[in-house]
Design a protein around this ligand. Structure first.
Ligand SMILES: C[S@@+](CC[C@H](N)C(=O)[O-])C[C@H]1O[C@@H](n2cnc3c(N)ncnc32)[C@H](O)[C@@H]1O
Length: 252
């Protein structure tokens, strides 16, 4: 149910876990030479992991004609930011306004409360990463930009800190911000509500909000926060069949 380290939830069956472990062992012990490894990572990509990438491909296409930056609330190891960077390189490599900004404590959950229930068994500090991980991720995102045009203009930023403060502080420093895409993946109520409230004045018609835990009984706080800030009756929550848990809404 939980990972051995960092206290993250895995709902896979034992068979799935075994198969995934085998993939990890095979990847660590790959016979593929270094100069061919990255071009062959698809070997180890399961349908579940591929589905998330396909989902973000569809979402990216939805914002292509909207102006504004992309933000992720809850970055963790940063894969989604890397995917967004790669998609930007494919779809609009010269859009210098399409900044990518990620918010995280890089220390795990902060602000979990009774409203989040106890089904997840998580607490503050769950979903942590290793110390100093944000520097590693900064480097990775830098390489993504190097591989695409306009790499002399940095178009990503990681904001470390408690999002109950850091999101409004960022937007106070950047009052020009328009948000075309916001991805919510804090899992818990308090920072989700604070981020929703902070970004609301920076959304336009057509802005897309993505949610990882709506209608999820392990993490009820995300839905409660959305209900309190936008009202569930006022929004159309949609999904793509290829990705089970992620949903999105378009500001109308
Ligand atoms: C489920 S993980 C995010 C996973 C990531 N989006 C992905 O696709 O792999 C949730 C993240 O929210 C972050 N988080 C939780 N509470 C926070 C808070 N108050 N401020 C900033 N980050 C927070 C945690 O540190 C954790 O990295």
């Amino acid at each position: 149910m939980k990972t051995d380290k960092h206290d993250a939830i895995i709902l896979s069956s034992t068979d799935e876990k075994d198969a995934n472990q085998q993939f990890v062992a095979d990847l660590k012990d790959t016979p593929i030479p270094d100069d061919e490894l990255l071009a062959n990572l698809g070997l180890y990509l399961s349908s579940k992991n591929l589905s998330r990438i396909l989902f973000f491909n569809e979402i990216y296409k939805k914002i292509l004609h909207n102006h504004g930056i992309m933000v992720e609330f809850g970055v963790r190891w940063g894969q989604t930011l890397a995917i967004l960077s790669a998609l930007r390189g494919i779809f609009e490599p010269f859009n210098r306004h399409r900044k990518i900004v990620g918010f995280d404590t890089f220390d795990g959950f902060k602000g979990m409360g009774d409203i989040d229930g106890d089904k997840s068994g998580c607490s503050d500090g769950s979903y942590s990463v290793v110390p100093g991980y944000e520097e590693y991720l900064n480097g990775i995102l830098g390489i993504h930009e190097q591989l695409n045009p306009m790499s002399h203009i940095q178009r990503y930023e990681l904001i470390k800190g408690d999002a109950t403060k850091s999101v409004s502080e960022y937007l106070a420093k950047h009052p020009e911000t328009i948000i075309s895409l916001a991805i919510f993946d804090f899992d818990i109520y308090k920072p989700t509500k604070a981020a929703l409230q902070a970004i609301k004045p920076h959304l336009c018609k057509g802005s897309v909000l993505v949610f990882d835990e709506l209608c999820d009984d392990y993490f009820p706080g995300e839905t409660i926060a959305l209900n309190e800030v936008f009202g569930l009756n006022n929004v159309r929550i949609q999904r793509y069949p290829m990705a089970a848990r992620i949903s999105y809404m378009v500001v109308e």
